[in-house]
Every structure is written in C-alpha cells, then in structure tokens.
Design a protein around this ligand. Structure first.
Ligand code: NDP
Length: 298
C-alpha cells in the first residue's frame, strides 16, 4: 500500500471504475491538480492515469481510505453494489463521502441512500449528462441530489471537472429521475434518427444528403420543448395548428412506407398506437402533448 493511497487529503479524490467515463473523470481531476487515487475491478485500466500521476490502490478499501470523497462511476448500481457493499469497503467508507455517478433507475439511488445512511456514509447521488469528450471542459454537465451542504462542501473538488454542476434537491433520487427522463428522450430520439436513416436509404437518399434536413428538425425542437412543457404543466394540450388526428396520419405514412421496404416499423407503430389511444379517449383535437397525460394515466 503506498503512502499516498492512505493519507486523506483535502484536495483529493478517489475514482472507482475506470471505464471510458471513469478514466475521463480521473484524467480531469489529475489535470486540475487534484490528488487522484484510482481503482478498477479489472486491473491495468488505470495504467495511463498512473503515468500521469494517479495513485493506483491495490484494493477498493484502500482506494476509499485515501480520500474524503470517493466518486464511483461503473456500468450500473448492481456493479457499484458489488464493489461498495463488501464489509471492508463499507467500513472504510464510514464517515466519508460517496458520490455515485453511475447511471441507473432512481429507485436504486434511493436504495443506496438508505444503505449509506444505515452505515454512516455521507451520500450524494449524481448523473453525467454529456459524453466523455466533454469532461474537463465547459461543455460537461453534472446533476446532483442529496444533502445541499455536502454538495457545497465538495464543490471545490468537483469544480475541477469544469462544466456545469447543478444541485437539484435533497431528495436523493432526483438526479437519477432527471437522468432517466433525459435518457428516455435521448435514446428514443436517436432510435428515431437511425430509423429515419434506414428509411431514407431505402428511398435512395443517403445519410449525408438527409443530415442537414435532420439538423433542421433538431433545431425546431428546443422551442417546441419549452412550449410543450408549459402545456403539460398547465394541462392545456392545445392542438391548434397540429391536432392528434393530423399527426397520427403522418405517423401512419412512416409505418406504411417502412413496411413496404421490409423495414421494422415497431418504433413508429408504438407512437402511433399511443396517439390512437388518446384519440379513442376523445382527445383527437388536442396536440401531441396530450400523449404525455394519457401515458401517465394508471
Ligand atoms: P461502462 O458503462 O461500460 O462501465 C464500465 C465500468 O464498469 C468499468 O470500470 C467496469 O469494470 C465496471 N464494472 C462493470 N461491472 C462491474 C462489476 N460487477 N463490478 C465492478 N465494476 C464493474 O462504461 P463508462 O465508463 O462509459 O460508463 C460508466 C457510467 O457512466 C455508466 O453508468 C454510464 O451510463 C455513465 N455515463 C457514460 C457516458 C459515456 O459517454 N460513456 C455518458 C454519461 C454517463 P471492468 O473494467 O472491470 O469491466
């Protein structure tokens, strides 16, 4: 065990998990001059970081003991449980701060909050909203939830990552709640985009030819998101200009054209199905935002 790995230090951090994101986080801490201890389940992933000055701990408990703040960034909370809920690691974490930046369902963050409280571990949950290439730059976006004073206490170290750091509230599942909703948006949007590329190709339009027009669609979304958010929170669901009856007809065109080319149309079929359900419930004159209300009905 190295001396550096055992002495807690004010401007020090431990990073557990050295996948692409964990390595990016550790690299940004090192670049900012924060003493960084690293550990990963599979040894060797931190070699480059060690060459840049990181301390490689021999065990997870040694890694945790090296810093007041441990940042965990692994594939999901099953993986973080595998590492953290071993007696030696849990004991080493007692009285220290744990920040879990792995992505998972909000319920897992809440469960981890309960476990941390039961073991005297100071716990913050968080989510990273931007890709590895942004880490250490102003373009990175981090969301946090948990005790506000704990977040404040560790801001000096977290700020070393650069970017935007937003504390969303004390309820421990809140960062994961934002994350899951935004992942829903991102993956369905990207799935829609990949489907559009396949459909365009079947019609003889290359991805490069379509791309500028796809970017045009992307550009109309931000104001639409803002307007739709108002409607959903106000419960107005205005269909003026584009009622569900009209929207569903264009969705059906996508389904039929896809299937005429033998392309799986289940993505658009799902959206069309929800729209038709809303129409069946008497909301055909409303706008697309009515679908959010219908989906939320129990
Ligand atoms: P992965 O999601 O592939 O996570 C890889 C890391 O998880 C490795 O350190 C791996 O260890 C570890 N791991 C997996 N299973 C276990 C286990 N059972 N026990 C211990 N460690 C385990 O890659 P990323 O680093 O990219 O992502 C980490 C987190 O960051 C994820 O939750 C991801 O959703 C989130 N994120 C990633 C972004 C990105 O652009 N990559 C963007 C925003 C968020 P080993 O090397 O031993 O396999």
């Amino acid at each position: 065990m190295s001396e550096q790995a055992t002495a807690p230090h004010q401007s020090a951090v431990t990073v557990i998990g050295l996948g692409p994101m964990g390595r990016a986080l550790a690299g940004a801490f090192l670049d900012a001059g924060v003493r960084t201890t690293v550990w990963n389940r599979t040894p060797g992933r931190g070699r480059e970081l060690v060459a840049r000055g990181a301390v490689a701990a021999a065990t997870a408990e040694e890694a945790v003991a090296a810093s007041e703040l441990t940042v965990v960034c692994v594939v999901n909370y099953d993986a973080s449980d595998d590492v953290l809920r071993r007696d030696e690691v849990t004991t080493a974490l007692k009285g220290r701060t744990l920040l879990n930046l792995s992505a998972d369902a909000p319920a897992r963050a809440r469960d981890t909050g309960d476990w941390a409280a039961a073991h005297g571990i100071r716990y913050l949950d968080g989510a990273i909203m931007t890709p590895t290439t942004t880490i250490g730059t102003p373009a990175s976006v981090f969301l946090y939830s948990g005790p506000a004073d704990l977040h404040q206490e560790h801001r000096p170290v977290l700020d070393a990552l650069n970017g935007t750091h937003t504390h969303l509230g004390e309820e421990i599942g809140r960062a994961a709640a934002y994350d899951i909703a935004l992942l829903d948006l991102f993956w369905t949007a990207m799935a829609g985009f990949t489907h559009a590329l396949a459909l365009a190709k079947a019609e003889g339009v290359s991805a490069r030819e379509l791309a500028p027009y796809a970017q045009g669609i992307g550009a109309i979304l931000p104001p639409l998101f803002a307007e739709s958010a108002e409607e959903v929170d106000e419960g107005t669901y205005s269909g003026e200009g584009n009622p569900l009856t009209s929207a569903v007809s264009t969705m059906a065109h996508v389904v039929h054209t896809s299937e005429s080319h033998g392309i799986d149309a289940s993505l658009m079929r799902a959206a069309e199905g929800i729209a038709r359900r809303a129409i069946g419930l008497g909301h055909g004159a409303d706008g697309l935002t009515r679908m959010a209300e219908v989906l939320g009905r129990r």
